[in-house]
Write a protein that binds this ligand. Structure first.
Ligand code: AVI
Length: 322
């Protein structure tokens, strides 16, 4: 057995079979039609998201990476080596590699819903970091998480980068953060990436890149539904629209029907008037103070905040409140 293989555990906690069918039929039956953003991420959608992160206009990924790099030593001091680092929604585990290079935690626990992808990522990590235990769990990390295994007497820290927290409604964000507070327990911490409020022109540009990749990402949702639910959406019948809603403090993404049309989804017919929208994503932006209030409600105490020079993005560290 290779050294890496001895360090790797995998738990398949069989997250409930996905509720795509019910979510979509329910969402399209509401006065403001909507589809949950988690359904962007089929295989092609995940590739498109990676491509968005490379566009000039989409600043969050590179800005967060730079903040992590520039403050790595201080961040690692907060986390403490020998901790158990848990990453909900770990995906490709790309950003955590920065921490793993410097921090040397006792265990890294990636949690994700996509079993095959998680397995291959976990194998890669175990090969590249043979001195770190990698314990991967296939689990719906948005629900309360009860993991079957935690190394005993080790401090746990959750890592939730990318400002994915912005894709939750604020009250859902509090519930999710509360679940993380329970997971890391009394002595644990949370390192989280949070996108900041800023000049709306920067936000509007970030979600309307010139290359049109965000538009493809948005429209790919319809391809996903056509494939998985036997729907018959006409991609040419919808436009991408993204704008900053200043009052709500969020970017909204919509698909706008170009004309009066019908689509059938899992045997149900839905009507779309010309100009009618399907709301496909909200991406909330916070001030540092606003986010700290949210995290306090979930049981965390603010400890440290790092931002870039232009104040575009923040990486925030919290500890479990006493
Ligand atoms: C994953 N999430 C944090 C991205 C965001 O910025 O809200 C998803 C995204 N949607 C359009 N571009 C990127």
């Amino acid at each position: 057995m290779s050294k890496a293989a001895t360090q790797l555990r995998f738990y398949d906690l069989e997250p409930e079979s996905n509720t795509l069918h019910d979510d979509v039929l329910d969402g399209l039956s509401q006065p403001q039609k909507h589809i949950p953003p988690k359904y962007f991420y089929d295989e092609h959608g995940s590739c498109l998201f990676e491509a968005i992160c490379e566009t000039d206009a989409y600043y969050p990924t590179r800005t967060e990476m730079a903040i992590l790099k520039d403050n790595l030593e201080e961040i690692c001091t907060c986390l403490g080596s020998d901790c158990v680092l848990v990453e909900p929604g770990s995906g490709s585990s790309r950003k955590v590699r920065l921490l793993l290079d410097e921090l040397e935690p006792h265990t890294y626990m990636p949690l994700d819903i996509s079993s095959d992808f998680l397995k291959s990522v976990a194998h890669g990590l175990a090969e590249d970091y043979p001195h770190i235990n990698v314990t991967a769990a296939c689990v719906d990390y948005t629900a309360p998480i009860a993991l079957p295994y935690f190394p005993e007497n080790r401090r746990r820290v959750a890592f939730f980068p990318g400002s994915s927290i912005g894709n939750f409604e604020p009250e859902e964000a509090v519930t999710f953060l509360g679940n993380l507070a329970d997971l890391v327990d009394d002595t644990g911490g949370l390192l989280i990436g949070v996108d900041l409020k800023k000049d709306p022109s920067i936000l509007n540009a970030a979600y309307n890149d010139k290359e049109g990749i965000t538009a493809q990402f948005n429209l790919n949702l319809l391809a996903h539904l056509n494939r998985e639910l036997g729907a018959n959406f006409d991609f040419d019948g919808f436009d991408h629209r993204a704008f900053y809603n200043e009052q709500k403090g969020r970017i909204e993404m919509h698909l706008i029907s170009k004309r009066d049309q019908w689509a059938t989804v899992a045997g149900h017919r839905f009507h779309f008037s010309a100009g009618e929208s399907i709301h496909t994503e909200s991406s909330y932006k916070y001030t540092v103070e606003e986010f700290q209030i949210l995290a306090r409600q979930a049981g965390f105490s603010p400890r440290k905040v790092w931002t870039d020079r232009d104040g575009l993005f923040s990486v925030q560290y919290f500890e479990h409140a006493d």
